[in-house]
Design a protein around this ligand. Sequence first.
Ligand code: NAP
Length: 287
Amino acid sequence: MIIITGGTGRLGCQIVDRLLDRVSADRVGVSVRDTDRAGDLAVRGVRVRRGDFTDPGSLTDAFEGATQVLIVSTNQTGEAAIAQHVAAIDAARDVGAKRILYTSHQGAAEDSVFAPMPDHAATERYLSKTGTPFTVLRNGFYASTVQHLLGRALETGELVAPADGPVSWTAHADLAEAAAIILADEGRFDGPTPPLTAPDALDLADITSIVTELTGRTIRRVVADDEAWTATIIGHGVPADQANMLLGMFHAARRGEFSTTGPELENLLQRTATPIRSTLEGLTTQP
Ligand SMILES: NC(=O)c1ccc[n+]([C@@H]2O[C@H](COP(=O)([O-])OP(=O)(O)OC[C@H]3O[C@@H](n4cnc5c(N)ncnc54)[C@H](OP(=O)(O)O)[C@@H]3O)[C@@H](O)[C@H]2O)c1
């Protein structure tokens, strides 16, 4: 049985959907914090069990009988995130899974200045020492992030943000399909995958150019001072630790940490990856 954690999250639920295109439902299980939210999956024949990374006993039950466990990384950061991933890896190993998979990031690195990246690197390191065959999915940067970065740019005509750099904007749907393909073809990748990204890395100036083309309205890229920008978003109610983490994302992008792209995602999908332009089309045509 193939177990997927985070089956009620945005990536996890799409992975399950795409996996059900490839294997029968009786071979698929989800480990979710709230089983009531996975009722639709249970109806489709997927095994639904409660599994919380902070409750190792629940994971033992949720992972029972697993041949492969795909751990979708938690939406926590720092030591809490690493502890949750370690608990999930240990549980997958202890139930005798033949392969453990983990959704990492294309920019995973111990020395990254964007907080989630060292978390991914630490998880990868732990996973590599577990003794169970493993696959690390080095996912591209979610294209959905662009919506948050655009903020009110469509209203104001200005995208105001700190200096940035090129980023491998990649669609959830493409990453989910790639994960499903890899799960259905067990062992296709052993260890870290090459970067699973859309083919182009674009910075925010590129993004504003595309939005300008799509909307016919000029959107200017305005580079904000780091400290002033951070103070402004804190003033708008963003907690200080989150604001500083976001600033770290811009610093990392400036250093080129998210600029690496590769053909592997498109090779897996056997089609073109969703271009950021399509994501932006969706955003700019929303009522
Ligand atoms: N590649 C990128 O650019 C990028 C960007 C942002 C985040 N990420 C990572 O990718 C992951 C998946 O993305 P997403 O869009 O699907 O995010 P999401 O919708 O927030 O999903 C996060 C999942 O983690 C689960 N989770 C949180 N705490 C847990 C716990 N204690 N035990 C078990 N599960 C727990 C959540 O469970 P519930 O469904 O019960 O809430 C949810 O399903 C994120 O969590 C984050 O680690 C990657």
